[in-house]
Design a protein. Structure first.
Length: 443
């Protein structure tokens, strides 16, 4: 006769096999693949990009660099609900509004943006490839197959490089509040500062090494270098999920597999978070509460701000999901401070939209972060919600815990696992990664 312990072990094995079979079926159905390897980095271009990434001379007033908002210590973000641009001080959680302004949207992390499979950038997708050839951006002079500034547009080597042009030309972000320079004039000013400042000789050597065949440089060469640095510095493709897809079947625990099955099944995350990046890179209205200044009078209409197409009202870019455990807060308005709140939101989005948990006073902001409760705007958000957005998933507490485990641990790169909050690993059973955790963010 089987002992109770033996019977329990057999039942557990049966459940584990069932969960594995279900997950394998989902992987096949949705053609899920791990993120691939990148081409080897260009060492000289990377070194130039690293120097530029930390250089405040890219800003109009010499007081902010890319790193100030995309901090290494904050996992390529700032750990704040909404970004703080030129005039703010400090990094990450210590970043303070000071003389800066609160930016309309949350600072997105930079993980895995250097792949050609990334289709759109910025929350509203204002940077993307033009289907006719070339780029679609906020600067008409570099757009399309026959751009006016072809020497810049045709020198840009990636969508990530194109994206890097616009924070340095935005008065509230890097250019400097009150600046009247056009975007093109701002780019020209950056080049002048680089080659007339205190690091001129160093830059001459770095540019010559990175572009040995060129004599003249323009802002595209700065952008390409920044992109090469970000592409490799923030590459993150060795999560338990990626390792599992590559054949390491013990990389996911049973609880993580249950969470993954919920992701593909009952929780319906796969509706938007598809493909190797776990993002369609499309745009969705998912009833996110609007916090902060917004784009206009406390409101932010998302993709509509770019296209003026009514079907794009309140739609925002679907974010990739790797390392989300490290990049709180979440959503375009930074409305959710942790993944539990995100899961609760999707469980019942209408309740979340109307009754968000929010404190307008934040220690890093001088100004209050006001919640937009305008009846007109709320009605417009609800009217534009897609019918495909589930209104009530009815997830149990245990199901939410399974999903949380998969998102927080299963999607965190192994080199960052030792930076996860111990509560995730110690308080939730069967949620510890089965991979080597020895590493740090800077390695």
């Amino acid at each position: 006769m089987l002992s109770l312990l033996s019977l329990f072990l057999l039942m557990s094995l049966g459940f584990a096999q069932t969960e594995t079979q279900e997950l394998e079926s989902y992987i096949q159905t949705f053609n899920m693949k791990p993120l691939p390897e990148l081409t080897p980095r260009n060492h000289d271009l990377y070194q130039l990009g690293a120097r530029l990434f930390f250089d405040r001379d890219l800003s109009g007033k010499g007081n902010i660099s890319c790193h100030d908002c995309h901090s290494m210590g904050a996992f390529s973000g700032d750990q704040l609900p909404l970004g703080l641009g030129e005039g703010a001080t400090g990094l990450g959680k210590e970043r303070d509004q000071a003389e800066g302004v609160i930016l309309p949207r949350h600072t997105p992390p930079l993980f895995n943006l250097g792949f050609n499979s990334v289709k759109t950038l910025f929350w509203d997708g204002r940077v993307q490839r033009d289907p006719r050839g070339g780029w679609m951006t906020p600067e008409e002079k570099i757009n399309g197959p026959t751009p006016e500034l072809s020497h810049i547009a045709k020198s840009l080597d990636s969508l990530l490089a194109v994206q890097s042009l616009f924070p340095i030309a935005n008065p509230e972000e890097m250019l400097g509040q009150g600046s009247t320079l056009s975007q093109v004039e701002a780019w020209e000013a950056v080049m002048e500062r680089i080659f007339s400042g205190k690091f001129t000789e160093q830059y001459k050597r770095l540019f010559k090494a990175a572009y040995p065949e060129l004599q003249d440089y323009n802002i595209a060469h700065v952008a390409n270098a920044l992109a090469e640095f970000e592409r490799h510095q923030f590459l993150s493709h060795k999560t338990p999920w990626d390792l599992y897809l590559r054949g390491e079947k013990d990389a996911l625990t049973t609880r993580m597999k249950r969470g993954a099955n919920l992701f593909f099944g009952k929780a319906q995350c796969i509706n938007c978070h598809t493909g190797e990046h776990l993002s369609s890179f499309g745009f969705q209205n998912v009833a996110i509460p609007q916090i902060g200044p917004g784009k206009t009078s406390g409101d932010d209409k998302g993709r509509f701000e770019v296209t003026q197409n009514p079907s794009d009202l309140y739609r925002f870019r679907v974010t990739p999901l790797r390392n989300i455990a490290l990049t709180a807060p979440y959503m375009h308005s930074g409305a959710f401070s942790n993944i539990w709140q995100v899961i609760d939101h999707y469980d019942h989005p209408m309740r979340s939209l109307h009754h968000p948990v929010w404190n307008p006073k934040h220690p890093q902001y001088r100004d209050e972060l006001v919640l937009d409760t305008s009846r007109e705007n709320m009605m417009a958000r609800m009217k534009s919600l897609p019918m495909t957005l589930p209104r009530n998933l009815a997830l149990s507490k245990e199901e939410k815990t399974d999903l949380y485990c998969f998102l927080m641990v299963g999607l965190t790169d192994k080199k960052y696992q030792n930076r996860l909050h111990k509560g995730i690993l110690d308080e939730i059973s069967d949620c510890s990664p089965r991979i080597d955790q020895r590493s740090s963010f800077r390695r």
